[in-house]
Design a protein around this ligand. Structure first.
Ligand SMILES: Cc1cc2nc3c(=O)[nH]c(=O)nc-3n(C[C@H](O)[C@H](O)[C@H](O)COP(=O)(O)O)c2cc1C
Length: 366
């Protein structure tokens, strides 16, 4: 689970407290969080002399995270959501991040160069989020090293540092001798760089989607391709419609009769029902066989891991029914009504991927 999502239940818990603090301006809380971060930095910096400061640092990190959640709730309760508020919400938080990591980086517990790289990476993670906003794509909060995860890593390793500090400062893990705080900086850097890549990938996908929608000519391949599907609970229908939108062609359920022999490309999809397409789709394929069209298959599945693996088998069966080798395949999660898995899927991102898959197919028609 994305730890960022923990913010929402925590918000609920803090709501009564925010109500009681109604007399206080939320900006004061935001600025106070910077003071707390500075105190945390000092605790790290001086912890070699007084190891108990490491435990205080953990408590201060939790306090700061609480303040950062509280200021947002207070602003909402006051109806104070302004652009200025966004600045006060974001900028002091970045100062706090820098202060806190600088406290670790400059302390005897960390090689300075490693701390500097960790600060740079942390800043670039925030920067890629802001870059997305500047490019007007949706806010990218992909992990694995968002703000909450970063704090959790630091708190866990601080605790380990507290345990090992009395005897020795270093631990040897995987043949690398480093302090737990250095490990936390290393992990933050490696996973942070991976987070940057994931966020950029998300942005590029959305940019590609926006550009494709702008250029869209909805009927451009209507006479050349068709998307056919069967769907029991609508997931496959949603995906089918988006693929058709990307191709620029019509979409039909198998119950809507259509002469499919005239198309150059047929895109056919089904839910994964115990590794197979639905019986209705199998029957449809038995009675309709387009001889010369290019075939594309797609499937929605509802079981994590197993559903994805068996979707390949399901798509093979669809292709074998018409004795064709597909020129494209696509699979996507869909909410399983019985087991309640993949709630909310296909979601916006899935539908964007479906659309982009359709755009890719339209190029095969050129
Ligand atoms: C009777 C039944 C059997 C299913 N079997 C599987 C399965 O074996 N593997 C899987 O991943 N999903 C399975 N599912 C979940 C569906 O494939 C998935 O929720 C799909 O998105 C439903 O598509 P639809 O809304 O278009 O009907 C099954 C669903 C039903 C109702």
């Amino acid at each position: 689970m994305d730890m960022y999502l923990l913010k929402f239940p925590y918000r609920k818990i803090l709501q009564p407290l925010a109500g009681k603090l109604g007399w206080l301006h939320p900006d004061i809380v935001s600025y106070f969080a910077v003071v707390v971060a500075a105190a945390t930095a000092w605790c790290f910096y001086d912890s070699v002399n007084h190891p108990v400061l490491l435990i205080i640092a953990i408590l201060l990190i939790l306090f700061r995270m609480t303040l950062n959640t509280l200021d947002g709730i207070m602003a909402i309760q006051r109806g104070n959501l302004s652009l200025k508020g966004e600045i006060v919400n974001a900028l002091p938080d970045r100062y706090s991040d820098i202060l806190m990591i600088a406290g670790i980086a400059l302390s005897p517990l960390c090689r300075n160069w490693l701390g500097i790289i960790a600060i740079g990476t942390m800043f670039l993670v925030s920067y890629t989020g802001m870059l997305g906003k500047a490019l007007t794509v949706s806010w990218q909060h992909h992990g694995p090293m968002g703000k909450v995860e970063r704090m959790v890593v630091i708190m866990v390793f601080t605790l380990v540092q507290f345990v090992v500090l009395p005897e020795k400062q270093m631990v040897q893990w995987f043949g690398i001798q480093a302090t737990p705080m250095e490990w936390s900086m290393g992990i933050m850097t490696v996973l942070g760089q991976y987070t940057i890549l994931r966020r950029l990938k998300g942005q590029l996908r959305e940019i590609k989607y926006k550009e494709a929608v702008e250029k869209l000519d909805s009927g451009r391949n209507r006479s050349r391709a068709i998307v056919i599907y069967d769907s029991v609970t609508d997931n496959t229908r949603k995906v089918a419609e988006k693929i058709a939108e990307g191709i620029g062609c019509s979409v039909r359920s198998i119950s809507e009769t259509e002469d499919i022999g005239k198309y150059e490309m047929i895109v056919i999809g089904s839910p994964n029902i115990r590794k197979r397409p639905t019986p209705a789709l199998q029957k449809y394929q038995d009675t309709n066989n387009p001889q010369s069209a290019k075939l594309v298959t797609f499937v929605t599945f509802g079981l994590p891991v197993w559903g994805q693996i068996t979707s390949g088998t399901c798509m093979n069966l669809i292709a074998e029914a018409w004795n064709k080798k597909p020129v494209g395949r696509f699979s996507c999660p869909g909410y399983h009504q019985k087991y309640k898995t993949y709630k909310g899927r296909p979601n916006d991102k899935d539908l964007m991927d479906s659309f982009l898959f359709g755009v890719k197919l339209s190029k095969k028609l050129q």
